[in-house]
Design a binder for this molecule. Structure first.
Ligand SMILES: [Zn+2]
Length: 300
């Protein structure tokens, strides 16, 4: 077992690769050398059965969660049994104010420092292989994209990374009438390796809500993403970074998400799913310093 690998190998043979791939497209390539089994656990969303692009929720969103809270994704069951304890990869939180120019500088710094960009979906693939991610990995996430209206700068910022063959995560707020053009775009960038994460329905401060409202924010946004993408999200990025210390957020996320993303803290992750991972904001003026900040905050 190599340094940084998990304390206990994941019992991959207990589950079909098909189940793993339902939450991770990047594992498809590995399906040929993975033992198969018959595990008939049910995935808790009928939305995944819909053809891509044909299920656009109406303005008031009539989609309701079809899963009961105690239904657990098979993948989360595997991970919960694996005694995971990994360092959190260097993780950066961006907003639209950062803009395309800084994005270009950041891309150059990532390339010059030989960092490998990951998505949380990629991270999940490592975990399912029984490994922690390598030390030189970085997860860059961009928050607050709307699925009803999209600020043009978001596209420009994402385009910079796509043109450099870098991966990133975008977090969508799913309130309001759904815009099919935006969902077309999100499916397009997903195909380029960009992960689409949930940023809830309304971007409320979760810890201020009652239990049912927290569940609605996590579950409805999950189901809207499932219905409009070819797959369901694995990641919820907390609005304002709020709720990372609220157990109700984690119980609401159980079975719906593998990763809950907050700010600061969370330098290691493990235990039971969903896992909590932290992020830091960039340096405002100097993206070389952003990398230094990341290296000083995360890792050994
Ligand atoms: Zn936000």
């Amino acid at each position: 077992m190599t340094k940084g690998s998990l304390a206990l190998r994941v019992p991959f043979y207990l589950v079909t690769i098909t189940l793993a791939c339902l939450v991770s497209t990047s594992c498809r390539a590995r399906s040929t050398n993975t033992p198969t089994v018959s595990n008939t656990a049910t995935i808790p969303s009928t939305a995944t059965d819909l053809p891509p692009g044909t299920a656009t929720p109406s303005a008031t969103s009539t989609i309701t969660p079809t899963a009961t809270p105690d239904v657990t994704l098979p993948v989360s069951e595997i991970l919960d049994g694996a005694k995971i304890n990994c360092p959190t990869p260097m993780s950066l939180m961006l907003h639209t104010a950062y803009g395309p120019e800084r994005m270009e500088e950041l891309a150059q710094e990532i390339i010059d420092n030989r960092l490998q960009t990951l998505t949380y979906t990629d991270l999940l693939t490592y975990l399912l292989e029984g490994e922690c991610p390598p030390e030189n990995t970085i997860i860059v996430s961009l928050d607050d994209l709307g699925t009803n209206w999209l600020r043009p700068d978001f596209r420009h910022m994402i385009q910079v990374f796509v043109e450099h063959d870098l991966k990133m995560v975008v977090a969508v707020v799913t309130q309001g009438p759904q815009n099919t053009v935006i969902w077309d775009y999100l499916r397009e960038i997903d195909a380029e390796g960009i992960e689409i994460a949930s940023h809830t329905v309304n971007h409320f401060q979760l810890s201020a809500l009652n239990d049912t409202a927290i569940e609605d924010q996590l579950h409805l946004s999950h189901d809207i993403i499932c219905a409009n993408m070819e797959k369901c999200p694995e990641t919820i990025i907390l609005p304002f970074g709020d709720g990372g210390d609220d157990p109700r957020v984690f119980s609401a996320g159980e079975g719906y998400y593998i990763f809950v993303i907050g700010i600061q803290g969370g330098l290691e992750f493990g235990g039971e799913t969903p896992f909590f991972l932290g992020r830091i904001p960039p340096h405002n003026d100097d993206q070389a310093l952003t990398i230094v900040l990341l290296q000083n905050t995360f890792g050994p």
